[in-house]
Design a protein around this ligand. Sequence first.
Ligand code: PL4
Length: 411
Amino acid sequence: MIEANPCFTHLAPGYLFPEIAKRRNAYAAAHPEAAVISLGIGNTTEPLPPHIAAGMKDYVSALETPAGYSGYGDDSAGELPLRKKIAAVWYNGAVQESEVFVSDGAKCDVGRLQQMFGASVHVAVQDPAYPVYVDGSVMVGAAGKSPADAHGYADITYMPCLPENNFFPVLDSVPANSLIYFCSPNNPTGACATRAELETLVNFARANGCIILYDAAYAAFIRDPKLPRSVFEIEGARRCALEVNSFSKPAGFTGVRLGWTVIPEELQFADGRPVAALWSRLTNTFFNGASNIAQAGGLAALDSEGLEEMRNLTGFYLENAALIASVLREEKFRAAGVEVFFTGNAPYVWVRFPGRKSWDVFDRILSDCQVVTTPGSGFGPSGESFVRFSAFGHRENVAEACRRLSSRLSL
Ligand code: PL4
């Protein structure tokens, strides 16, 4: 018989989000009368905006004609008009179209990037963090040579991001030549790095031979004009960072699937080879490009009408988040020591329940309120005692969840 890939040996059992779905379904099966509301997984709920949808409909109609039909793209990096438009509209010309690689989503690109960096790279992650950074690193053998315990994997550098350090990590413990995962606005904390903080990060990376894998999947939620939307707004970042981004949340493309990665031409490996060249080699081998229909949607999303639609859609979810944050700041929660962290620039509300275990709070909220959340400990050791509330939901469901939290949750 074939042995299992040894890299999977020490992988923590169960990916976080299916585990949450499993618990939700088990609860619903045991309580068929309960109307369970999900504020758990960050999954969009609102319909596609009309201008963006029309871009895809028109493209599909053209596909039915001999002149409008197209098959595989020439290059997995995506259609040139979309690459140009991302560079011009999203980055305001700060990156070149040749540096933009269109993809089927940020998560898929993170996985492929992990393949590219391989087993020998040292990994540093914000703690808490989107679980794909750690799980994917273990799968490619870059981490997880010993089992994880309550402190995480011994061969990963966890950079605690807590209210006590304003959710920006102390970088001193990060070894030279590390691959640093950094997500802003952050999932799960919602924290946004300031320009000064990103300068600190970039300067550290440059001085220590590190590469920053910057996940900007929630950048479209930033409303404070002083906060950077891209790491490439920071001087020197082109030499030490790459950035993944996504249409998933701002355009409602979680099912449509479209994202991109920017790899500046200055970014190099130790032997001087351009990272972009290896990335191109890897993606052309394993990836046949994003759906051409989704790319038509991406083009429409970057028209002025599409940009306005994305602003409205992200604004809708931000209003949901504000409702959730507001109810959790009520006196009964404050008196119980509950601390609410919501920046107004991210679709997540991060809440600390001092002295409690995240999964216990998850269970309590589910049983008292029939509301699903995400336990903070699922995002890393520093997430213990926190719970994440996702703002992705229909307004009536979010309002009902808020009523239940206010009237039924007993801590
Ligand atoms: C559940 C920081 C959500 N099944 O849609 P993509 O691939 O362009 O983006 C995924 C993604 C990338 N980067 C960050 C993210 O938070 C996400 C999506 N995260 C969440 O609830 O944390 C959805 C999770 C999905 C998954 O596993 O990604």
